[in-house]
Ligand binder design. Structure first.
Ligand code: G4P
Length: 288
């Protein structure tokens, strides 16, 4: 599984990054949308440098798909590091009403300073950043009531940034999702592929499915047993586990061999679609 080369990195993201840096000076704060299933791996490490010195808000999105106990630990972890944090399911809208109050609380000293200068009701500007597919657009639409298309930056599409009003004194800048060119830890790339943030075709889908199954068997054995009728005892390694899952589902090709392509696709689809259950694939204390 080769993910550590520069070659897969979409060139248009370099342009977006330049735009983000150029606009940063106009921002009062930076809001990062993070996938609650992979709160570390879904954070672009370049943001710290790009947003240096700005107050920061982390939106833990997709909480409906993540392990609730783990989400609490992550929220606590980020708060301890000085970030404001809200927990959100942008798809249903659950939690989004916390956004504007959280921003005002984060910026309370700045608001007071503006007021002391006579600038009562001065507009606060936030840049919203997130990797592709994290739910940034859904989140912004929910907090703003916006119905227009999202900020995108791919060949043939020129919407690279958009100002979105939230209320009279709060405006967001929506930006296209950005990844980063090199994963220092290859496990990060693998987790981004599990959730679908990186397209399957840049990785070997069977290896990806086998590794996801191995993780789930180790950490969420009940869910795997319920859905795929297998346990850790059904395989010595990740491919044997995948094979056992395929066999239990009856996905066979000629001469009784397991159809690996099919079980891999189904496993990843069921994981991403939430059919397997709710999971968090990394914990705060793991790699600090
Ligand atoms: P992006 O701007 O960050 O690229 O992501 P976008 O909002 O387009 O969301 C990507 C997909 O993730 C969408 O699904 C969206 O509905 C879903 N999504 C966003 N936030 C959440 C969340 O908190 N929970 C869940 N379960 N899903 C979320 P889609 O299948 O591409 O579109 P749709 O059919 O749902 O509209």
């Amino acid at each position: 599984m080769q993910l550590d080369s520069l070659s897969w990195f979409p060139g248009h993201m370099t342009k977006t990054k330049r735009m983000v840096v150029a606009e940063m000076g106009h921002m009062d704060a930076v809001c990062e949308i993070v996938d609650a299933r992979i709160p570390r791996s879904s954070r672009n490490p370049d943001v710290d440098e790009m947003a240096a010195g700005k107050p920061r808000l982390i939106v833990l999105n997709r909480v409906d798909q993540a392990d609730p106990a783990a989400t609490k630990r992550w929220a606590e972890h980020f708060r301890k590091k000085g970030y404001a944090v809200i927990e959100v399911d942008a798809k249903s809208g659950k939690g989004v009403q916390q956004f504007a109050p959280a921003v005002r609380n984060l910026l309370k000293d700045k608001i007071r300073a503006y007021e002391e200068k006579g600038q009562v009701g001065r507009v606060l500007r936030l840049m919203v950043l997130g990797i592709p597919n994290v739910g940034k657009s859904t989140f912004i639409n929910k907090v703003s009531g916006r119905k227009t298309a999202k900020a995108e930056d791919r060949p043939g599409v020129t919407r690279t940034k958009q100002w979105v009003p939230i209320d009279k004194t709060l405006e967001l800048m929506d930006t296209p999702g950005i990844l980063w060119p090199k994963f220092e830890d290859p496990a990060v790339g693998v987790k981004l592929a599990f959730t679908g943030a990186i397209r399957d075709d840049v990785l070997d889908r069977e290896e990806l499915a086998a590794r996801l199954l191995e993780y789930l068997v180790a950490h969420y054995p009940d869910a795997v047993q319920q859905r795929f009728k297998i346990t850790a005892a059904d395989g010595e390694n990740c491919f044997e586990l995948l094979e056992a899952a395929g066999r239990k589902r009856g996905f066979l090709i000629s001469r009784g061999e397991v159809d690996f392509e099919r079980i891999s696709r189904i496993l990843l689809d069921e994981f991403r679609g939430g059919k397997l259950g709710v999971f968090t694939l990394e914990m705060p204390e793991e790699t600090e």
